[in-house]
Design a protein around this ligand. Structure first.
Ligand SMILES: Nc1ncnc2c1ncn2[C@@H]1O[C@H](COP(=O)(O)OP(=O)(O)OP(=O)(O)O)[C@@H](O)[C@H]1O
Length: 234
């Protein structure tokens, strides 16, 4: 579903590459944690998948396509297949929960009937039944993140990218969000989540790709946040 082949990303020639020759393959339906210290390259990885940035060398494939080769008119279609969730929710503050989610369908030109069916369904999936008319400021952080996830998945993307989705949430609320992401993954969506959250990675036991200074230093199925050798130090 996502393949990085010797991918290097240089933002600034005077400093070390943000990614330095990364090779990795993420299969359809996988759930992958990207871990690593601040500045290790996690967000760069995500931006390359979305073609918000282009690789300086090497190739990024999404659903079999070399994203660097896509003509610019095809980039919106690439992004339609990818839902994105951020640490800071990024909801439209003057729109209701329903309208925030519906908006993601309206921009794709979906009809009213389709929207009326899909939005309540997806709000049920994320556990927000009955909150359709609330405004974002009337919701807790966890609820706002659920709206953001609903918006990201309402168009049924193949891939969900989540950059620190629990970064602003307390541990209990974070676990609720992970239940939602797990459910999304079980429905067939490939999930890639960048995180610093040790507890969540250690509890979920999914594949862990660890970056350090732009290099993959660990790629472990059912991994923990740290390798066994460093776990005692933590
Ligand atoms: N637009 C940019 N211009 C120049 N350098 C950048 C840019 N974006 C990222 N970098 C540099 O690239 C490196 C990797 O950054 P990146 O944001 O990918 O790390 P990260 O692992 O996501 O960090 P964090 O956990 O803090 O979000 C860092 O050294 C960063 O300073």
């Amino acid at each position: 579903m996502i393949r990085f082949d010797e991918v290097t990303k240089v933002y600034d020639r005077r400093s070390r590459p943000a990614l330095g020759g990364v090779t990795a393959e993420i299969q359809r339906g996988e759930f992958v944690f990207l871990v690593g210290a601040s500045g290790s390259g996690k967000s760069t990885f995500i931006r390359l998948v979305l073609r918000e940035e282009r690789a300086s060398s090497g190739t990024v494939y999404v659903a079999g396509r070399n994203v660097a080769r896509l003509p610019s008119w095809r980039v919106p279609r690439l992004r339609q297949g990818i839902g994105v969730v951020f640490q800071d929710f990024r909801l439209l503050p003057n729109k209701t929960v329903y309208a925030n989610v519906a908006f993601a369908m309206q921009v794709l030109g979906r009809g009213r009937a389709q929207i009326h069916q899909a939005v309540p369904e997806v709000l049920r999936t994320v556990g927000l039944d009955g909150k359709e008319k609330r405004m974002p400021h009337e919701l807790s952080g966890g609820e706002q993140q659920r709206v953001a996830i609903a918006r990201a998945i309402v168009n049924r993307p193949d891939i969900l990218l989540a950059d620190e989705p629990t970064g602003n949430l307390d541990p209990d609320t974070s676990h609720g969000i992970m239940d939602v992401l797990d459910r999304v993954n079980q429905n067939g969506t490939t999930v890639v989540m960048a995180t610093h959250d040790h507890d969540i990675v250690n509890q979920m036991r999914r594949r862990v790709i660890q970056l350090e200074g732009g290099l993959i230093v660990r790629d472990q199925p059912e991994g923990s946040y740290r390798t066994a050798s460093t776990e005692q130090v933590a």
